[in-house]
Design a binder for this molecule. Structure first.
Ligand code: FAD
Length: 434
């Protein structure tokens, strides 16, 4: 029996410029790529979840690419903490490679697998692949993590050299892939996902002209002015190094957004509790309201504030929402309706195609005022002036709220001035400020 090395694909669903795959192939022969549909996650998702479909379509393409190299992708459906050690035992594997994931549940899972593999005399090694700088690579001179974005970004840029953006030439060692038997990909019905329609997802390409004009177009939701690469960054169908290289040469504003992504990944790594606790602890003292009718009106886009409603309908219909509007709807839920940011964060987590725990928690805590480098609590987005500024001709609104301006459109569920005063008072009470 030939000894296999496993490469386990997770948030890195590509061959090209894949750091962990490169390291696995470089060290020797018979590298067998593997992907596991994790039933711990799958079983919690609704049956028409578009992210599962995205992964499924991507896995099929990835598998076809491996076939072209005379190899194949082994695809399983199960619990990785059992499956990986089982594969190691069954095939006499001595090394398992992957790319690191910084979410608390993934870190736990990997720790468990690491220990199980140690008992089988098999190594388990992770590489940095989904960010440019991870963990403690960009920290303050005293070794502590930055809590404020601007000095973090400054240090991040100082540290960046071509070395960190270099491509991993996987193709040079591709002959080290295992030429083993092909396993068929279990179809989605086998996972209880049926009748899923094939969907057109945001295209996988680097849109150079959008990136070039980004500083002018990024805040206008009716324009095609952002890259729509978030889902590809989430699942690693694109290389962050390749994108960052283009961004560095093309547009600083866009480049900075990629640094926000690294920043939030770093924060989640250091502060895993921030996924469900206020980063600034005193914000957990806020007495939130809960009104099911109002919460549902927000979820369904029936608040009577057209920019909020357009955003929520875009989210519900497409799994995407423009960044400017994410800020507006998040602020509206936390500040106008005084609902706990965790409710909004969970709703986004269910709906967003690009859902990413670090950026989502980061975005929500920013809007609630409780996060690292958050908007000051007294900054309360006025949804009407946001509309006047960013959708003055109601183009975005009319696309998603066709009944806007007719008798069928609801009246505002909360009055702006009253809501503003209520939230200021409630926050002040919790934060003991006057
Ligand atoms: P572009 O504007 O083209 O930006 C390029 C890339 O930069 C994005 O794909 C993304 O990876 C990164 N980026 C841009 N803005 C941010 C940001 N503020 N924080 C972190 N990374 C950023 N982004 C997610 O990827 N997943 C989420 O779950 C998520 N939840 C959010 C929740 C709230 C309340 C807010 C305010 C923002 C959230 N964001 C999230 C950040 C941002 O809205 C999306 O990354 C962006 O809208 C995706 O569209 P795009 O790819 O066209 O972005």
């Amino acid at each position: 029996m030939k000894n296999l090395t496993l490469f386990w694909h997770r948030r890195d669903l590509r061959i090209h410029d894949n750091a962990g795959l490169f390291k696995a192939l470089k060290q020797g022969k018979n590298v067998q790529p593997v992907f596991i549909f994790d039933t711990n996650i799958l079983n919690k998702l609704p049956k028409n979840d578009q992210r599962v479909l995205f992964i499924y379509q991507t896995i099929k393409e990835l598998s076809a690419s491996y076939n072209k190299y005379g190899s194949s992708l082994w695809v399983f459906h199960g619990n990785p903490t059992q499956l990986i050690p089982e594969l190691v035992k069954r095939h006499g594997v001595e090394k398992v490679f992957c790319n690191r994931d910084y979410e608390p549940a993934a870190i736990q899972r990997d720790k468990f697998i690491h220990e199980a593999l140690q008992n089988l005399n098999c190594s388990f090694s992770g590489s940095k692949d989904q960010v440019i700088f991870e963990k403690d690579e960009v920290v303050k001179p005293d070794g502590n993590p930055y809590h404020v974005f601007t000095p973090y970004m400054r240090r991040w840029k100082e540290k960046l050299t071509d070395f960190y953006l270099k491509t991993y030439p996987v193709e040079n060692y591709i002959s080290n892939l295992n030429k083993g038997t092909e396993l068929s990909i279990p179809d989605l019905e086998a996972f209880g996902f049926s009748d899923i329609q094939t969907q057109a997802f945001p295209p996988l390409r680097i849109p150079k002209s959008i990136i070039r004009d980004y500083h002018n177009t990024r805040d206008i939701p009716s324009l095609d002015g952002t890259s729509r690469l978030s889902v590809h960054l989430r699942f690693g169908t694109i290389s962050i190094r390749e994108l960052a290289k283009t961004a560095r040469e093309t547009n600083e504003k866009y480049f900075n957004e990629l640094i926000w992504r690294d920043f939030y990944q770093m924060i989640l790594f250091w502060y895993p509790k921030s996924m469900n606790h206020a980063f600034k602890a005193e914000y957990d003292r806020i007495e939130w309201e809960f009104d099911e009718v109002q919460f549902l009106a927000w979820c369904e886009g029936r608040t009577g504030y057209p920019l909020v409603d357009a955003g929520m309908r875009e989210l519900n219909e497409t799994g995407h929402m423009h960044n400017r509007i994410r800020m507006v709807v998040a602020s509206f839920l936390c500040k106008h309706l005084l609902h706990d940011w965790r409710l909004g964060e969970r709703y986004f987590a269910e709906k967003l195609l690009d859902f990413d725990l670090a950026s989502n928690v980061g975005g929500w805590q920013w809007a609630a005022g409780s996060g690292v480098d958050a908007a000051p609590y007294f900054r309360i987005f006025n949804p009407t002036s946001q509309q006047e500024k960013f959708d003055p001709e109601f183009e975005y609104i009319k696309k998603w709220v066709p009944e806007f301006g007719t008798a069928d459109y609801p009246k505002p569920i909360v009055e702006h001035k009253w809501a503003r005063e209520r939230v200021l008072e409630r926050y002040k009470k919790a934060l003991n400020t006057n």
